[in-house]
Design a protein around this ligand. Structure first.
Ligand SMILES: Nc1ncnc2c1ncn2[C@@H]1O[C@H](COP(=O)(O)OP(=O)(O)O)[C@@H](O)[C@H]1O
Ligand SMILES: [Mg+2]
Length: 418
């Protein structure tokens, strides 16, 4: 008789007197199944590895059913077939390779296509189904199949088989369906996480690509300013202004260089995920100071920074500030006549609770009388400094120092940057 999808397929359900619904043995078996269901529920929520999850599901399901065989079949839509993804009891070559027909004449195919649970307690006598070759090879006598589905649709079929005489009944279906539902949700969660991970990785890649381009564009701007400075050699004021502009552009480029490099490093070393838009302060300041030092070989620049993550929004003004202060120290702290062999300039960054403290100090001639940082200042550099401090919401103080100048910047760190 040809199978009809709307026909109920549960046969020989509970009439069998040997399995009275409320016998102590039956009660004990149901209780055990409940325990296993909740155990799997917890594992399904925690598990990270998809294959392990499927494998564990088949192990626990077989245990709950006290059955010899269990398998999780994945429906391969393109080939219209069911692949054994995980299982227990089967010969080793079966898992990951063997397939079962997904048509209505195979018990698993029927469960898949109709969504109904299927019990066959006498496969050999079946007129509804043919016995799949895989089952014949293992001497399977009886089988029970339920659909694994979730909001993405049907994933496949969960099947329990046995080569021994016996009966699967409706209570077994209830257990297996509960199990398959949990599994379906866990599969959905895995798929969603996978998609999310892939889209995060893509976003990170795009962000890094952007930083790389910004850095390259800024490098072009910097070299244009260098070219322009060369043509202004007869006019010292213009030359100085162009050089200052170039060094500010380079300070910003250094932030983008770090943004791009860090994501790249994290990917290559598997050293954890870099947060897009955040950089490590220490290598960034090292690079910045190294750049400034390369233009002033007679001076000694040192940099000491605590490990600290910083958003690009903070790193850019902080980098620009350090650039201004160090450039000033290079230009003014050590006049050649008094310091023919240059001097030391120290940059230090340290986190104190929720505050980032940055210090730039030298041992030179000290700041001129009446030096002040503010909007009304005559020189552009100090006006730039004042505006950057405001932008950071920080404070800049000048602790008294016997020789030389010292700048102390305190920047409140937002919560969440650690
Ligand atoms: N570390 C320092 N040591 C000595 N003098 C300094 C130092 N930093 C700044 N100054 C003085 O402060 C002045 C203002 O600096 P700034 O506003 O950056 O102007 P600019 O660098 O364009 O001359 C400088 O001209 C210099 O005289
Ligand atoms: Mg200056």
């Amino acid at each position: 008789m040809p199978a009809r999808p709307d026909e109920p397929r549960i046969e020989e359900a509970t009439e069998d007197a040997s399995v009275a619904p409320h016998s102590p043995a039956d009660f004990e078996a149901r209780l055990r199944q409940q325990v296993i269901l909740s155990e799997f529920g917890v594992e399904a929520l925690r598990g990270k590895d998809f294959n392990l999850l499927l494998q564990r599901a088949t192990e626990l399901c077989a245990e709950g059913m006290r059955a010899e065989y269990c398998k999780a079949l994945e429906y391969l839509r393109g080939e219209d077939t069911l692949l054994v993804r995980a299982g227990v009891g089967w010969k080793p070559e079966v898992i990951g390779h063997a397939t079962v027909g997904a048509d209505l004449a195979s018990p698993a195919g029927f469960a898949l296509k109709t969504g109904r649970p299927v019990i066959s307690n006498h496969l050999a006598d079946e007129t509804r189904f043919r016995t799949p070759q895989l089952m014949a090879d293992h001497g399977i006598r009886r089988a029970i199949n339920v659909l694994i589905e979730n909001r993405d649709g049907a994933f496949g079929v969960l099947e329990v088989d046995d080569s021994r005489e016996g009966k699967f009944d409706e209570a077994d279906i209830a257990f297996m369906q509960g199990f398959a539902n949990l599994l379906g949700s866990a599969i959905e969660r895995h798929r969603t996480e996978e998609l999310l991970r892939a889209s995060l990785a893509r976003q990170d890649l795009l962000a890094r690509e952007m930083s790389h381009r910004v850095k390259n564009s800024l490098a072009i701007v910097a070299s244009l300013l260098t070219l322009q400075a060369r043509s202004a050699e007869g006019e010292p004021a213009v030359l100085a202004a162009l050089q200052d502009a170039r060094s500010r552009v380079e300070a910003i480029a250094t932030v983008h260089d770090q943004l791009w490099r860090q994501g790249d490093l994290a990917e290559k070393d598997g050293a954890g995920e870099a947060v897009p838009g955040e950089i490590d302060l220490a290598p960034f300041l090292d690079k910045l100071v190294l750049n400034l030092a390369s233009g002033a070989p007679t001076h000694r620049l040192t940099c000491a920074a605590d490990p600290q993550k910083l958003s690009a929004d903070l790193a850019i003004p902080i980098g620009l500030l350090i650039n201004e202060l160090v450039t000033n120290a290079l230009k003014y702290a050590y006049p050649l006549a008094r310091f023919p062999s240059g001097g030391e300039i120290r940059v230090r960054a340290e986190r104190k609770n929720a505050t980032l403290v940055v210090e730039v100090a030298d041992d030179g001639i000290g700041l001129p009388e009446g030096f002040e940082i503010g909007r009304s200042s005559k020189s552009l550099g100090t006006r730039v400094i004042a505006s950057l401090v405001r932008q950071l919401g920080g404070t800049l103080t000048l602790p008294p120092k016997e020789h030389g100048a010292q700048f102390h910047l305190a920047v409140p760190l937002e919560k969440g940057i650690g």
